[in-house]
Design a protein around this ligand. Sequence first.
Ligand code: ADP
Length: 853
Amino acid sequence: MSRFRSLSIRSKLSLVIVAASAIGLLALGLALATQELFNLRQTTVRHLSTVADVVGRNLDAALTFEDPETAHSILGSVESEPGVVAGWVYDRDGQPFAEYRRPGLPADPASPNLLSLGGHEFHKDRLTVHRSILVNGQPIGAVLLQSDLREFHDRLHHHARLLGVSLLVSLLVTFGVSSGLQRIVSSPILDLTRVARRVGEHKDFSVRASKRTADEIGTLIDSFNAMLDEIAGRDDALRRSHSELELRVEERTRDLRLEIEERIRIEDELKQTAARAEEANRAKSDFLATMSHEIRTPMNGVIGCTNLLLDTPLSDEQRDYAETIQSSGHSLLNLLNDILDFSKIEAGHLALESVPFPVAAAVEEVFDLLAPQAEARQIELVLHPGLDSLPQGLGDVSRFRQVLLNLVGNAIKFTARGHVALQVGIDHPDHPSPRLRFAIHDTGIGIPRDKISILFHRFQQVDSSTTRRYGGTGLGLAICRCLVERMGGTIGVESVPGRGSTFWFTLPIAPAHAHDEGPAALVHPADLARLRVLVVDDLDINRRVLTTQLHRWHLVCHAAASADEALECLQSAAAAGEPFHIALLDYLMPGTDGATLGARILQDPTLRSTALIMLTSGSQRGDARRFLDAGFAGFLLKPVVRPRQLLDVLAQAWTNHPLRIAPGPSSPPLAPDPSQSPVPSPPTQPNGNHPRRRVLLAEDNPVNQRVGIRMLERLGCRVDVAGNGREAVQMVRRFPYELVFMDCLMPDMDGYESTRAIRQLERQRVGLLHAPSRRLPIVALTANAMTGDRERCLDAGMDDHLAKPVTLAELKKVLDRWEDAARTHDEPPPSLPAPADVRIEPVDKPVDETVPA
Ligand code: ADP
């Protein structure tokens, strides 16, 4: 079947026609053959019957006369009939009468039965005919003839051959005719196929199939042609739109090229403009750096000299003038810093560090700095407890101080009476990255609601009359906002006019694993005594200010005016076996600058033990990290507003320097260079009674701290200050004090608890960095002079009790008493002041009044 399917349509048609014709002809042939067979049989039977009739008629006499001989010879006459092979005659009774057999043929095994009056019977290859012999209508016998059907078969074969030949001939004719006729059907189809193939192979949609008939094939060809028309039409449209598209693309490309050329031109222009702007910016920064240096250099002289001047004996009037110079200098410096900062922010040159730093130390420093201002305005500065337990902040510590200084400074400035309080805590402690939150509350003039939104914008002040009254540029808060945001925090304010304001800001917390430096230890100048320091600065005034300050702290100090001189100095000191412990290098020097000098020193293996501190004035602010990375041990910004800053940086650089050599007694102080500056003598000791004794004053109130220090120093003591009980414990662990004055009420850890902790340390004899020879006398300083208070102090482990405000005489008495006790070896002093001895004075009486002039 599959072979048939793959035949061409032409073969299929021919085959179908021939097959149909063959079937028809075969049916016809079969019908004819059947008819012929039937006729032939009839003819054969009829012929044999006629012979039998003739023989029978001739036999009637022989039968009548019962003459078998005659009958036999009559029967033998059938020999002339070619097909007859045997014959039998029967008498009236059916008994065989005569028999004939063609000679040479085998005798039939059985004689056929006498049939009825007449009839015939076909066997396989024999035909038997039976005829009755009648005389006067009466049967007298019967005759049976048997033919061998040879003629019948010959004729049958002849007919069959004839039929076969005529069938074959008619099939051949049919095939010939059908081959011609099938073309009528197949050729249009073949034509269509050819066209379709051409379209398929050559994509030629212009050819068409020709229609020759109006039948289904004609319709198919029509549809095919219509489809080709449609495709050609679409092809045409496609080609048209394609060329249109190409045209449009070409146009667009042209436009784009023009646009790109224009952009390149604008970009070039922009680059040129940017380069010019950058050039201008650089010029501006250079100008700022120069101006900063130029202004800071004389300011350094003004502020430094004023600081020194204020430490000398002065008349009241002189002191007043010096203090005015000092505060004006600070204001000028603040203004200068603000303007510089602002220009830097504008120029995008503000570089901030992001390092972990202890918050408590920075906050205390700011409060320290602002305490005199608050005191002068009789405003109480309150620091909420809990600072020490806070995690470290993450940011730029100097910028943090700047923000706090500005906000607390503003709060003091805009508060006429009441207090300014700082509260520090953790903002949203449950948040995944909580922040430190600093809130500065004041009871000042407040800010109208409609002005709050403009506060943090530059040059914005609430009203000009306020400005005239309080001064200021309106830059501070804008700078604060920028700094806080750059450190990753936010800033804001809540305020009620007439009642006060709360400025707040947040700061990221350093990761917990950041190195915890613990609360900053307070450095005492004596801790650094005998260190050899080289001051390198090209300006005489700077050298003088620094060396004088260092001499005052009993450091051994030399000065060099240039990098070369400094190197010479350092090398000869090292060669003499007495290398400098610290070198303070000015950054901006003609010829070799501080950074290059530092690099040279760091490269020289003989000078490695010297710790280097960089001193810069201005534009290098924020570069601390760069200098520290380069190998410097410390960094200080000029002008050094507070001597304390210098002391802290010296101590820090010294303790952090990995190769430091101890300033042991084996290296006695070098004689100070008389050409540099006069070394002031140590403070004079009143009465000459007490050698310099080291005492600790634990006191949280900055004013009381100052008063206490001043009084104790007058009595010849060397005073360290602890801001709360916890700090006091830490300091007692570090330094061998001869006596502790302990305020009872302090934030974080009060005096009672602190005393108990110190006594515990003494008992266990662990945790102390020195070996105490005796019990440390602790003297309570309390504003509570009520009965029972003294007992409470003694119960906590204190040894003595003084009520505030204390007088110089009372202090001296206590000091003397404990000195005597020490001399007589740990005997308790003869008499503790009884409660009755305590002079109760009004608490609000200014403490300074009790200090004799
Ligand atoms: P200024 O140098 O003028 O103080 P700031 O930017 O620090 O500049 O402050 C801008 C203005 O915000 C101030 O002039 C003042 O009007 C107002 N201001 C700032 N802090 C306070 C405050 N604590 N109480 C009332 N007003 C304040």
